[in-house]
Design a protein around this ligand. Sequence first.
Ligand code: ZN
Length: 283
Amino acid sequence: MKLQQITPHIYWVAPAEETDRPLLGAVVGEQSILMVDAGNSPDHAQQFLKLLKQYNFSLPEYVALTHWHWDHVFGAQALNATLIAHYETTRKLQEMSQLSWRDKALDQRVEDGTEIEFCRDHMKIELSDRQRAQIKIRIPELSFEEQLTLDLGSLTAQIIHVGGDHSADSSIVFIPEESVVFLGDSIYDSIYETPRHYTAQKIFPLLEKLLSLKAAYYLDGHSGQPMLFAELEAFTEYLKTISQCVSGNPADLAAIKNALSKALARELNEEDLEYIENFLNGL
Ligand SMILES: [Zn+2]
């Protein structure tokens, strides 16, 4: 793990795919530090604190959770900071605090359809059965409905609820003074509501809202590379093109592929086909 600096007061650590560790962020104000997401295990959170210490930073005073998914919240018990989340995230965490995360319980929930294989499998790689027996889901001390603004000292962080297909409780963290947005997983497709999908009704208003912030950098939860404004704009246009091709020919996959290939002026690749399927599933 390596702490990277993106602007004078913002640092981040890249995600790790093998165990589904998400990107973690630190917004360093003159008075206090806000950590973005708590990590997928106490170990993940502690490693992040260690990196902050190497830079002589103090411990984070606040942690903002972008949504309730395990990989963003399991680290919270290792953090001695005020936990902040949207009230729907808090409600989900209250439910999760009643559950066992041990092998038997997890396997049973996958069988029952209340947990998904992808998360179960990565949880098992990140944490042993014994470590999962020690997981205590922390309930946020501060919950908000639309937006919460923190004054970190010469720097503000706006935690804004944005929803979306990935998770209805998704929130972003916007730091206007540094022109940076932490996206969490908000721009991804649904994973818990299967089949995986995007709906035009949810994803496009969300992307428009993100673009309206006109930030220089957008950091999404599972990508190792910050997105520039122009890249988010291009991604939005790309998804719009796919959505239009899908809704124009909803019952004819060949026609969708034809229309998209023509609109993009190239042959389609695996990723294009996945997005087509996502939008079809969302209809
Ligand atoms: Zn997620």
